[in-house]
Design a protein. Structure first.
Length: 244
């Protein structure tokens, strides 16, 4: 229960879903965690549930000044930074014809620009610490086609991961991407979506969707010293979908 003992992490988009799951597992494994999200109410709730080892910082992940504040506040509060999990992301379910430039830029800023900004501003703190791990949450749609905007940006996260991994290797900072498939988060298991997802699950080789905790365990592995020789790599958690 101490795979992240004395480690300090920033996890974006951590007020619910996979981000909250990552934060809970990290704390249970001994980490101190800065939870960030645009949703202040839910973010504070998660931080309160997890106790004194966490802080909540309201953040627009597409804002450069917000990223500077998040890294500064985390280091000021906990004394250092060891881990960054770029988890925040969105999708807008519109066709190419219906998607506006504003829609597209919103997806780009939250899914792709945020990863660049987070990496840029976390890297000096990780470098000062002598080592670190950056885990970028992409998607199975960073490997195969899917929704316009979402797929594009998730492919970009995969590419940025590899480029940055090569640049930061000399600093003993590892950078990897995680590619989840269909995950049982509240966002997809509500209203009409639930029936659609349950039907789609029949096409998954493992015949079910994943629980957020199953993704979190891979994120934990990459954040911990257990993955000390893994960098620039993709870790797929999709029940076999992309193997078909």
């Amino acid at each position: 229960m101490d795979r992240l003992k004395d480690k300090v992490a920033i996890i974006t988009g951590a007020s619910q879903g996979m981000g909250a799951s990552h934060a809970k597992l990290f704390v249970s494994e001994g980490a101190k965690v800065a939870i960030t999200d645009i949703n202040e109410e839910k973010g504070n709730q998660v931080a309160a549930e997890l106790g004194n080892g966490t802080i909540f910082i309201k953040q627009d992940v597409s804002s450069e000044s917000d990223w500077q504040n998040v890294v500064h506040t985390t280091v000021d509060h906990f004394g250092k930074l060891d881990i960054l999990v770029n988890n925040a992301g969105i999708s807008i379910n519109k066709s190419l014809d219906d998607m506006s430039v504003d829609d597209y830029l919103k997806i780009f800023k939250i899914n792709q620009l945020s990863v660049f900004l987070g990496t840029k501003y976390a890297a000096p703190a990780l470098r000062k610490n002598g080592s670190g791990s950056i885990v970028n949450i992409s998607s199975m749609n960073g490997l195969v086609g899917g929704a316009v905007g979402y797929t594009d940006t998730k492919f970009a996260v995969r590419g940025l991961t590899k480029a940055v991994a090569l640049q930061l290797a000399k600093d003993n900072i590892r950078v990897n991407s995680v590619h989840p498939g269909v995950i049982a988060t509240p966002m997809i298991l509500q209203g009409d979506s639930k029936a659609v997802i349950e039907e789609f699950a029949k096409n998954i080789p493992l015949q079910r969707v994943a629980e957020p905790s199953e993704v979190s365990k891979t994120v934990l592995f990459l954040a911990s010293d257990d993955s000390s020789y893994s960098t620039g790599s993709e870790f797929i958690i999709d029940g076999g979908l992309t193997a078909q």
